[in-house]
Ligand binder design. Sequence first.
Ligand SMILES: [Zn+2]
Length: 252
Amino acid sequence: MHPDLKSVIELQHLDLRIAELATQIEALPGQIRTLQAQLDDFIHAHEERKKRLAANQKERKDLEAEIKIIQEKISKHKDQLYQVKTNEQYRAMLKEIEGEEANIRKIEDQVLEKMIEAEEIQKLIGEAAARLDGEKARVAGEIKHLETEQQDDVRERDGLQARRNEIAGALGESVRSLYERIRGARGGQAVAEVREGLCTACNVLLRPQVYNEVRTNEAVQTCENCGRIMYYVVPVVAATGEPGDQGTQAAV
Ligand SMILES: [Zn+2]
């Protein structure tokens, strides 16, 4: 195989892997923010429930204070029952007391509702409190895992990048710029395998003469359709029972 062809094939492998690693490395801050946001949401919901419980208790106290005030009014009005002069006044006073007692029952229902609500909130607070440490540990663990992965990715990328620079540096200027130009124009893929007379990148049939040249792997040839640098891999024929038997393949 032509050394330049060998180099661009390796460059292509390296560049694809470097691009993959770069994507992973760039994705990390977002992944960490997502995890952090999950924990923040959990803690925020927990704090909100605590606030709701405190508000509930305050509302219940206010209602109970209201009941007390009405009860005082009732006992005052009951005392006054004995002081009224006319039946009419007596009936009016009784009616007032009845109204006040009905009011108390209404408020007592509200107190009961508050108590039921408080129980539900208490239960949720208890559950969240039991899970909180676990959630913190989970998020911290996942972030740590991501960061370790990140370090591995950076290390791998740096190694590949160094190897890439070495190969690109050793490559002749014309082939290197050809490779870079196609890579830029073709979404990162500058090299294509040829199989059964087709460029596998664009699926266009090669002219027989071009195909024959490509099969030698002895020149840097580009696809007339997509412009990618082409190379040929001798196919493995399973029928011979000797995969990779190039002697047999050469005759095909
Ligand atoms: Zn092509």
